[in-house]
Design a protein around this ligand. Structure first.
Ligand code: NAP
Ligand code: G4F
Length: 327
């Protein structure tokens, strides 16, 4: 039985990856940080099948203890301050978690479990002000947010540890991926949740920022398989994971409201509060290397993703006695 350590197991991707690895027969260890409230809602159905251990990307000794105790075969570093907008309000904290945290974990692996294979959750935000269309592994980076800058550090330190110490360290450059488990602050889930709230008569507006931004949106459940496949390769490398399609926020809005038979123009209001100091206007990735080396292709198309999220939120809101706070 192989052992995998997942940081960020309480997040969207961590929950799907844990499910996937359990299905492959892995012993799954999840790193969780201390919190005053329960943050395991996304993995509540898995709690009997995984082991949670305390630790924090800000704390070197906690990481070394976990790596020494469990000596995992594979380490998936999914933990991060992952919301781009917050990175302008908390740039130093974002750097500590999302950038230097990667070095802390790599050091813990190098010193305490040097045979472990390492996956770093890199991001299409590193392409930022894109220098080529579509973006591939060799496209030059131009991050546009403190988050993007921090992820770029995490990417390069992963490459550096691979080259310096011959570690099996891989950087997965994942484009936006969504699901019904997406945090409510991200634009896709904000839209699907508000569509459901409007449909059920619990609110009558959705305030958004830039509707013209374009993203390459896939389904998180498809993308965690790519993470696993990367660590099964004999030779570590970097991989773009994307759908090779781009859609605007406006298109997402149109499809989501249509799914619930609502006219979006009656409810969507523009609000400057949600505009960013520097925007990423267009992302579209070409996952040709992943297809060739990993045999990976996305399974869920854009419309199916939107429908899946709206349908899930319609059910959620129908069953909710007390509505969630709006982001
Ligand atoms: P998410 O839902 O925001 O989850 C983030 C996870 O990181 C949570 O489990 C969180 O724990 C944990 N975390 C944050 N700070 C930590 C710390 N100091 N120590 C330990 N754990 C900490 O993010 P996601 O969408 O699943 O994304 C997973 C990873 O992929 C992230 O690194 C993200 O930046 C990256 N990524 C995501 C996308 C995407 O489109 N989803 C695309 C490219 C890259 P709590 O529950 O305690 O807050
Ligand atoms: O959903 P978003 O907040 O995601 P963003 O900034 O693309 O970041 C996500 O994807 C990255 C991969 O490229 C990950 F690395 C990162 O961790 C995260 O998962 O915003 C998408 C777009 C932006 O252009 C934003 O300006 O939607 C636009 N937008 C328009 N109105 C909005 C809103 N975004 C949010 N969150 N809220 C709005 O009201």
């Amino acid at each position: 039985m192989k052992t995998a350590l997942i940081t960020g197991i309480t997040g969207q991707d961590g929950s799907y990856l844990a499910e996937f690895l359990i299905g492959k027969g892995y012993r799954v260890i999840g790193l969780t940080r201390r919190s005053s409230t329960t943050v395991t809602s996304r993995i509540s159905h898995l709690l009997e099948k995984i082991e949670l251990v305390p630790g924090d990307l800000l704390d070197q000794s906690s990481l070394m203890d976990v790596l020494s105790s469990y000596n995992p075969d594979e380490v998936y570093n999914l933990a991060a301050q992952s919301f781009v907008q917050t990175s302008w309000n908390q740039p130093v904290l974002t750097a500590e978690f999302t950038a230097v945290g990667v070095t802390r974990l790599l050091e813990a692996v190098r010193r305490c479990a040097p045979k472990a294979r390492f996956y770093q959750a890199s991001s299409s935000e590193m392409f930022g002000k894109v220098q080529a269309v579509p973006q591939i592994e060799s496209t030059p980076f131009y991050p546009r947010s403190p988050y993007g800058v921090a992820k770029l550090y995490g990417h390069w330190i992963t490459v550096n540890y691979r080259e310096s110490f011959n570690m099996h360290a891989t950087s997965g450059i994942l484009f936006n991926h969504e699901s019904p488990r997406r945090g409510l602050e991200f634009v896709t889930r904000k839209i699907s949740y508000h569509v459901a709230m409007i449909k059920h008569g619990r609110t009558n507006e959705l305030r958004l920022g830039n509707l013209d931004a374009r993203r390459d949106w896939g389904f998180a459940g498809d993308y965690v398989e790519a993470m696993y496949l990367m660590l099964q390769q004999d030779r570590p490398d970097d991989y773009v994971i994307a759908t090779n399609e781009t859609h605007s926020v406006r298109e997402f809005v149109e499809l989501a409201f249509a799914r619930a038979d609502l006219d979006w123009q009656k409810y969507v209001k523009l609000d400057d509060k949600f505009n960013r100091p520097a925007e990423v206007d267009l992302l579209i990735g070409d996952p040709a290397r992943a297809k060739k080396d990993l045999g990976w292709v996305p399974k869920t198309d854009f419309k199916s993703l939107v429908n899946m999220m709206v349908d899930a939120d319609l059910n959620l809101v129908a069953s909710e006695p007390h509505p969630h706070a709006h982001p």
